[in-house]
Design a protein around this ligand. Sequence first.
Ligand SMILES: O=C(O)/C=C/c1cccc(O)c1O
Ligand code: FE2
Length: 328
Amino acid sequence: MTAAAVGLSHSPLIGKNDPDPQVVAAVDSAVDTARAFVRAFDPDLVVLYAPDHYNGFFYKEMPPFCLATEAHAVGDFGSSAGPLSVDTEAARALARGVLDRGVDLSVSARMTVDHGFVQPLEVLFGGIDQVPVVPVFVNGVATPLGPVSRIRALGTALGQAATELDRRVLFLGSGGLSHDPPVPVLDGAPPRVADALIEGRPPTPEQRARGEQRVIQAGRDYAAGSTTMIPLNPAWDNLVLDTFEQGRLADVDGWTVEWMGAEGGGSAHEVRTWVAAFASLAATGPYRMTSRFYAPVPEWVAGFAVATAEPSTGTAAEQPLREGESGR
Ligand SMILES: O=C(O)/C=C/c1cccc(O)c1O
Ligand SMILES: [Fe+2]
């Protein structure tokens, strides 16, 4: 088995509320680098860790994480709808391997997913059915959230299980870093909203359009500096990226839910997907980050980051990231 990892922020506001062209060009260039990295690695299996935004998982049953043996995308914010090309056999083997290692994984035989899963597949592979994938939902939105150490344990167990497959596995984390979009919160929600968050009744097209419009307005408010939400936090985002780049994954066990929310906003917990992806790669051996990009993009309500990593050979030929590559 060979492995690699990519972390990629997502935002449904990309293309809908764009920043200055220079910022878009810088992001495009970083994404091109990641795409080239993925093409060169040529994975035959992608383990995709991503959050949900109350399109697939609801408070009726809200697991901390869940692996899918089959998955369908809802097509929110104009993203692709339909079945993902899930590798059911690999998904079952990985689920077994994670459970055997003492991590209480739940399994969905028909997961509903949204832009959190779809966007990285579209961006890196050109669609949701282009590469065999094992989708793993990681709750990064719906409180209460468990300790980050359990996400590292999940990633580690899944990485170890993947070593037993004769595959080229890309571990892909979708989301983060600091951001505080207007995702509804159950605590204190009016009864109609609470009911929707618990039951998960599909929104009418009008309701979905209103919700999406609210997010677009949030992007405009962030860009205008008139938001009442927690601002993007480049210092915290770079601390998070330093942790991954320096392979200090055990540090995340000390990250509290309160600290992450205060520093990075209500959706900063999406960075749990990166924790899982890098822990999976680390479970296969030492790694090195080969590219790192970061830009705070208020128009997208996103501390936006892209990073790639591969196994480290420990030889002198390996170059550390150059200044321009780090995005700092
Ligand atoms: O409202 C949603 O479904 C999500 C919005 C959003 C906005 C910006 C960054 C993200 O990661 C999001 O999921
Ligand atoms: Fe998100």
